[in-house]
Design a protein around this ligand. Structure first.
Ligand code: ADA
Length: 563
C-alpha cells in the first residue's frame, strides 16, 4: 500500500512488492562478479518491502546486499519508483546500471524510455553501512540500523506523454473561505515528435480548468487564477481534504490537499489564525517484528492509540515517515513535525561538506515528497547536533535559506540539547528543547530553574518573542516493573516524571507544545545498547508491542484535560 487514496486512474501502475531473490554480500564481491547480470543461484527468498534483519541469522547484518525480481511490461516507456531503500541504492535493469540514490527514507524514481515490451530483470544493490563521518545518520544513533528495501516498489507504464511533476500552492483570503491556487505542472513527451494534448484539472471530480498543450520534450506550465470559494478548512477537528487530479489524454495523477494556514505570532502558534497548543509524542516507525517496514494495520493501530492518548501532534522522530502514515495524519487531523535523520552530530563532523550536501538533498527530497500534506506544519532541520559551534551555525543557516526558498509556508525548527548555549536559534521560528532533567543526572525539581534560565537567555538575545516547544523529555520504564519504591526504570518513576513535567509545562505560557519522549519502546543500535536495558530505548508510553505502561493513563488524563 503506497498511499491511502487512489493516485492514478489512467496511468497503469503495478506494485512490484512480493517475494524477491536476495543475497548478502559481506565481502563486496557482487560488483566484480557482476551479480546484476548473473544473480547468484544460492540466493534466498525475501519479502519486499521488509527489513532483512528479520530473516534468520541476519539480525545484525549491516553492509552490502542484493535483491532481484522480474516483471513484464506491455509499454515501451516505464518509470520505476522506489519508495524507500536504506542507505545507498544502485539499480540495474536487464543487466544495465540505471542509477543510484543516497538516503534511506525518501523515494526516488527512474524514467526508462524505449524498453522492449516483455520480461525484465530488476536488480537492486543496497548498502546500509553507517560510519562516524560521512553518513546521515551517523553510526551512533539511538535506533536500530535496519536494512533493505523497506518500502514499496512501483512500476509505471507510460504512454506517449506523462505528468512528470507538479506542485499545488495556495493563498487563503483574509476570511479563510477562499483559496487562490497556483499550479505548477511539468509534462514530458516520450518521443521526439510533438503531441497535441489537453491538460484537465479536476477538484473533487469537478472539471475546473482545461489547458490545451503541445508537448515536445519537457513542458513547464504555471496556472494561476484558480479561485475556490466556500472552501472547508483543514484542522484537527475537521480534517477536510480535497482531491486534485491532473489529466492528459492518456495519463493522470491525483494529489490530496487540505487548506490551512500555520504561522507564529507573538509567541504563539496559530492554525487558521487560532492559537493551538501541541500535545504530542515522538514516534519512531519501529516494531520488533517489522522494523521500519510497518504494515498499514499497525500504523493505523498506532494512530488509534495516539489519538486515544489525547494527542493532536506527532513528531516523526527522526526521519521521514512512510507516506501512508502521513496520509493517516491528514485524515485524522494530527499535526506533524517531520525531519531528516541528522541526529547527534558532534563538532568535528559538522563542517564536513558531504554532510551539508547530503543534508540539503534529504531536505529537498522530503519537502518535495511531502509538500502537499496539510498535517505537516513543521520541518525539523536536525536533532541534537552541537549547536554551540560555528559549523552548526553555518549548516543551519544554509538549511534555512534553502528550505525557505522551496517552502515558505511552514514553520522551521530543530531540536536543541544545548538551549542555554545555542547560537543558531535566531534562524528558526520555534525554540525546541530536548531535555532530560530528572532522568539523566539532575533531580526533577531542577526543572523550574532551568526554564527560567532558558527564558533569561532568550530575553538577553532579543528572542523572547519565540515560542518554545519541549520537543523531548521522558524517563525509561521497563514494562511490567512497578514497585512501592519507584526508582528509575520502574513504571512508577516514569509516571511520576511525566505527571510532574506535563503539569509544569502546561502552566508556562511560553511553552506552546510538548512532545513526550516517546510513544513506544524501540530497539536501539549496537553502538548504544550498553546504556539501554534489553537493547531498547525504554522511554515509551507503550512498550514495543504497544502495551500501555502506567504513565500512559496519566498522560491520557492530562492531555485530554488540556484544551
Ligand atoms: C535524545 C535523542 C533521542 C533519544 C533520547 C534519549 O534526546 O534525540 O533520539 O536518544 O535522547 O532517550 O536519551
Amino acid at each position: 500500500m503506497v498511499r491511502l487514496f487512489q493516485r492514478h486512474i489512467k496511468r497503469k501502475v503495478s506494485l512490484l512488492d512480493g517475494i524477491w531473490r536476495f543475497k548478502t554480500d559481506p565481502e563486496n564481491k557482487g560488483k566484480d562478479e557482476q551479480w546484476y547480470k548473473n544473480f547468484p543461484s544460492d540466493s534466498m527468498e525475501i519479502v519486499v518491502p521488509s527489513c532483512w534483519n528479520h530473516e534468520f541469522d541476519l539480525y545484525d547484518y549491516e553492509g552490502w546486499a542484493w535483491y532481484a525480481t522480474t516483471f513484464t511490461t506491455t509499454e515501451r516507456n516505464i518509470n520505476l519508483m522506489f519508495h524507500g531503500v536504506t542507505g545507498q541504492a544502485e539499480i540495474f535493469l536487464d543487466g544495465d546500471y540505471i542509477g543510484s540514490h543516497y538516503g534511506g527514507f525518501t523515494g526516488f524514481e527512474f524514467l526508462i524510455k524505449d524498453v522492449n515490451p516483455g520480461k525484465h530483470t530488476l536488480v537492486v544493490f543496497v548498502d546500509n553501512t553507517l560510519d562516524d563521518m560521512n553518513t546521515i545518520p551517523l553510526a551512533r544513533v539511538d535506533w536500530f540500523h535496519y536494512g533493505g528495501i523497506i518500502r514499496s516498489v512501483e512500476l509505471m507504464e507510460l504512454k506517449t506523454a506523462w505528468i512528470k511533476d507538479y506542485k499545488i500552492s495556495y493563498q487563503l483570503n483574509a476570511s479563510f473561505n477562499e483559496a487562490a491556487l497556483t499550479l505548477y505542472v511539468t509534462l514530458e513527451g516520450m518521443n521526439e515528435e510533438e503531441i497535441s494534448d489537453q491538460l484537465n484539472i479536476y477538484i473533487d471530480d469537478e472539471l475546473i480548468k482545461t489547458v490545451p498543450v503541445t508537448i515536445s520534450g519537457e513542458v513547464k506550465l504555471q496556472i494561476n487564477n484558480i479561485v475556490l470559494k466556500n472552501i472547508k478548512l483543514w484542522d484537527p477537528q475537521r480534517p477536510n481534504l480535497y482531491n486534485i487530479q491532473f489529466e492528459l489524454h492518456k495519463d493522470d495523477v491525483i494529489e490530496r490537499i487540505g487548506f490551512r494556514e500555520i504561522k507564529v505570532e507573538n509567541g504563539k502558534i496559530l492554525l487558521n489564525n487560532k492559537e493551538i497548543k501541541l500535545k504530542g509524542v515522538n514516534r519512531h516507525e519501529d516494531h520488533p517484528d517489522w522494523g521500519f517496514a510497518m504494515p498499514l494495520k499497525l500504523m493505523k493501530r498506532d494512530m488509534t492509540i495516539i489519538k486515544d492518548l489525547g494527542c493532536n501532534a506527532i513528531r516523526g522522530s527522526h526521519y521521514p515517515n512512510s507516506e501512508v502514515f502521513l496520509d493517516l495524519c491528514d485524515q485524522e487531523g494530527i499535526l506533524f513535525w517531520e525531519e531528516i535523520p541528522l541526529w547527534g552530530y558532534p563538532d568535528k563532523v559538522l563542517g564536513n561538506k558531504v554532510i551539508l550536501d547530503r543534508g540539503l538533498q534529504m531536505h529537498r527530497e522530503m519537502i518535495k515528497r511531502d509538500y502537499h500534506h496539510p498535517s505537516i506544519i513543521i520541518w525539523g532541520l536536525h536533532n541534537e547536533i552541537d549547536t554551540r559551534v560555528q559549523d552548526a551555525y553555518d549548516l543551519t543557516k544554509s538549511f534555512v535559506e534553502k528550505i525557505r526558498a522551496i517552502d515558505n509556508s511552514r514553520l522551521l525548527t530543530y531540536a536543541t540539547m544545548f538551549p542555554l548555549e545555542d547560537i543558531c536559534l535566531s534562524f528558526v521560528d520555534i525554540v525546541s528543547i530536548n531535555q532530560y532533567i530528572g532522568w539523566y543526572g539532575e533531580e526533577l525539581d531542577e526543572w523550574p530553574e532551568f526554564l527560567e534560565k532558558v527564558k533569561e537567555k532568550l530575553r538577553n538575545e532579543g528572542l523572547s518573542h519565540m515560542p518554545i516547544i519541549m520537543s523531548e523529555f521522558g524517563a525509561g520504564a521497563i514494562y511490567g516493573d512497578s514497585t512501592f519504591e519507584g526508582p528509575k526504570w520502574t513504571e512508577n518513576y516514569q509516571e511520576k516524571y511525566l505527571d510532574y513535567t506535563l503539569k509544569l509545562f502546561k502552566d508556562e505560557p511560553s511553552i506552546v507544545g510538548t512532545y513526550i519522549w516517546q510513544y513506544c519502546d524501540i530497539r536501539t543500535s549496537k553502538e548504544m545498547c550498553l546504556s539501554r536495558p534489553r537493547s531498547f530505548n525504554n522511554k515509551g508510553l507503550v512498550n514495543e508491542y504497544r502495551k500501555p505502561k502506567m504513565a500512559y493513563w496519566t498522560v491520557r488524563k492530562l492531555y485530554r484535560e488540556m484544551e
